[in-house]
Design a protein around this ligand. Structure first.
Ligand code: MN
Length: 288
């Protein structure tokens, strides 16, 4: 299926979203042949709406928003004030998504994007379910799909697999809630790539393509023919975003929490063009 909108994470280009970085990121994304840019929205109120809209329009790009909560805004917590702060952040992010005309809002929005010292508890999980239910409902009214990105055990204690995410969505009970699958995290937690993607089926709403070391696609250990093959098998036509991180582009808010310590690449344009070509070939089913 060549129908998917192919995007790239802003951190391939820039570590912040100030005026200059914004322009560079949007222009470079379009020049590398992408139609979508994923903007990190960890501090949604700090993003310049007018400026971003202008730069997106000038580059002819759609945008998606992603974020992860932290331990101070964790809705997967028994601490009600923490849950309340997380709810506020998510509703701010939703307002930003509406203001920007974003096609998607997701990420580690069900809890903290960080290492936990203990497993989750039934009460903490119930708090998360309840806030996500409210967010998904509000977002449905705004026509914005919400995605839950399950991540590896060092970045969440709540959703580490597609199965857990499907169960969580079932508990929330919203039609506006989707699984967000990332090959990098699946590589750590799943038994294979095909089974979980087939289990998601139409509930799969967003895809991150990342290599096992988060560098150049095809230079790590991920079985991309199986991964793309599974996406083709379910006729996936949703957005696919390339995600890669290197210490050459640093956003302290994100790269430190993702443990990006090594320099895996330095030429963003070469990396991004290579990734787009790789994803297109993968989705077309041609060998690389
Ligand atoms: Mn991801």
């Amino acid at each position: 299926m060549a129908d998917s909108l192919i995007g790239v994470h802003a951190l391939v280009w820039v570590g912040d979203w100030g005026a200059e970085s914004r322009r560079l990121a949007t222009e470079s994304t379009a020049a590398a042949g992408y139609g979508l840019i994923e903007i990190p929205a960890f501090a949604p109120k700090e993003i310049d709406v007018e400026g971003t809209r202008r730069d997106l329009a000038a580059a002819g790009l759609a945008c998606s928003l992603s974020l992860g909560l932290d331990h101070g805004t964790d809705i997967n917590s028994e601490d009600v004030s923490c849950v309340e702060r997380g709810r506020d952040t998510l509703l701010d992010a939703l307002r930003l998504a509406q203001d920007l005309g974003a096609i998607y809002l997701g990420g580690v929005i069900f809890g903290a994007l960080d290492r936990y010292a203990a497993p989750t508890t039934p009460r903490a999980r119930a708090n998360s379910v309840s806030v996500i239910r409210e967010l998904a409902q509000e977002a449905a009214n705004a026509g914005i799909p919400i995605g839950l990105e399950f991540v590896n055990r060092y970045e969440s204690n709540l959703l580490n697999t597609a199965r857990q995410t499907l169960d969580f969505i079932e508990d929330v009970g919203s039609e506006n809630l989707y699984v967000h699958a990332d090959a990098y995290h699946m590589n750590i937690e799943e038994t294979d790539y095909r089974t979980p993607i087939l289990e998601c089926g139409e509930r799969l709403g967003y895809v991150h393509v990342g290599e096992s070391h988060r560098g150049y696609l095809g230079s790590g250990t991920i079985d991309f023919p199986e991964f793309f093959g599974a996406l083709r098998e379910i006729n996936y036509v949703g957005p696919i975003t390339f995600e890669s991180f290197s210490s050459s582009v640093v956003d302290e808010n994100l790269s430190n929490r993702l443990a990006i310590w090594r320099n895996l690449w330095s030429d963003s344009s070469d990396l991004a063009i290579h990734a787009r070509t790789f994803i297109e070939a993968g989705m077309a089913g041609s060998s690389r």
